[in-house]
Design a protein around this ligand. Structure first.
Ligand SMILES: Cc1cc2nc3c(=O)[nH]c(=O)nc-3n(C[C@H](O)[C@H](O)[C@H](O)COP(=O)(O)O)c2cc1C
Length: 204
């Protein structure tokens, strides 16, 4: 039995392609594996806080040294880290903004990449602590950035997401692209159909 953490990062509602695909995927997953459980978080519409001085001060001191502001900031971060640890599967839907991830998702990453909680630093260097997890990342993009093409360098989402989750120890990541969404109705429909089909295969 798996526990899924499903996070939507688009601030758009019904018009969001990434949100729609993730919703369909999780619904199909639940229909196929009814015993699996899901925690849902909508950071697109309800963003997590940005890091603050109180947060940073708290991370590098012990709880007995925390100000009330640090305690509050770290409580939110701890909840997000606990929720992240509690899952063994992740479904993240993320739009491309300015060739990268939206600030909403970056704020989430900043909250969960925590020394001593999701990674450690010792004599050997950095070590991720979160292992044996599987991640599906659904990316919605207006353009296309195919591997090996000159435009690939504009896709700063894929390499960053691989790097940051790899840093925490998660390397089993499937990327599903709904791309070319701004390139006309036909391309858009084909892109959505192809992402749907890839996601359907993953459920099976
Ligand atoms: C503020 C903003 C910035 C965007 N920047 C890019 C971009 O750099 N490259 C790209 O391919 N698409 C870009 N897009 C298009 C979105 O990735 C596309 O509309 C996608 O469908 C958004 O995801 P959503 O449908 O889940 O909301 C941008 C859209 C917005 C609103």
């Amino acid at each position: 039995m798996a526990h899924i953490l499903h996070i939507d990062a688009s601030p758009r509602g019904e018009r969001s392609v990434s949100r729609m695909l993730a919703k369909e995927f999780v619904a199909q997953w639940k229909a196929t594996y009814p015993d699996d459980t899901v925690t849902y978080r909508d950071i697109g519409r309800y963003p997590v806080p940005l890091l603050s001085e109180a947060w940073i001060a708290g991370v590098f001191t012990t709880p007995d040294q925390w100000s009330p502001e640090s305690a509050k900031a770290l409580q939110i971060s701890d909840e997000l880290v606990d929720e992240f640890w509690a899952a063994d599967r992740y479904v993240f839907s993320i739009p491309m903004y300015n060739f990268s991830i939206p600030a909403h998702f970056k704020a989430y990453i900043d909250q969960i990449v925590r020394v001593g909680r999701t990674f450690v630093l010792d004599e050997a260097g950095y070590k991720g602590l979160v292992h044996d997890r599987k991640m599906t990342i659904i990316l919605a993009q207006g353009g296309v950035y195919p591997e090996g093409s000159p435009s690939q360098i504009y896709d700063l989402q894929t390499p960053y997401l691989k790097l940051i989750f790899g840093f925490m120890g998660i390397t089993d990541i499937d990327f599903v692209y709904a791309n070319g969404l701004a390139l006309g109705d036909d391309t858009r429909s084909q892109a959505i159909a192809s992402a749907r089909s890839a996601l359907k295969t993953m459920v099976a």
